[in-house]
Design a protein. Sequence first.
Length: 234
Amino acid sequence: MIVCANFKANKTRQETQAYMAVVESFVSANNISDTVIVFPPFTALEHLPRNVLIGVQNAYPVQNGAFTGEIALEQLEEFAVTTILIGHSERRHILGETQETVAAKFRFFAEKGFTIVYCVGEPLEIREEGNEALMDYISNQFEGIDLEYPDLIVAYEPVWAIGTGLTPSVRDIELLHGALREKTKAPLLYGGSVKVDNAGEIMTLENVDGVLVGSAALSANDFCDMIAQAAELS
Ligand code: 13P
């Protein structure tokens, strides 16, 4: 199983260090062999423990250069970061990243050998149009993406389920993940309102290889609980 925490724009450097201390000791004490990935804010990359993978939530696809406000490869290399989240719906919908931008990021970081957690997911109005529209929408989000990239992890995160407390039905998650499985051999994560109470059930579903958790992972103890649930299933 793969269990990921996406902090988004939450937590200070100090809070992240305290959080990582809890998670790292939990992972060691329980001999967890599942993959645990934390995506903290850029400001908290320094001095993080390393028995848990640390990834970034975004980066600009260049070595370095005149890109005001961006973080590029050179800055990630300084922290030995080789894991990145690409295509998160908040970047697509709030920050206006087009599929072209997302695909350019994918190509650049794939060429650099990064582990890429690539996110797809539909807004509510698309889901309401039915299965065909839903699958077309998701397929378009794979345009320009190499689904055979060996260090690819795909995360399905319906936009309407993120931060809302709503989740698709178990059957709908299985249907969607089944369709994703036909497209790629990459591990498939589910994200969107995953919490301690539903993580275990979601991880038992067919073609679900882990979870990508936002708000409920902001508590280190809750995140450890979800890691323990994953470990039980592995
Ligand atoms: P929530 O867990 O807060 O719904 O967020 C999910 C998410 O966007 C993880 O990337």
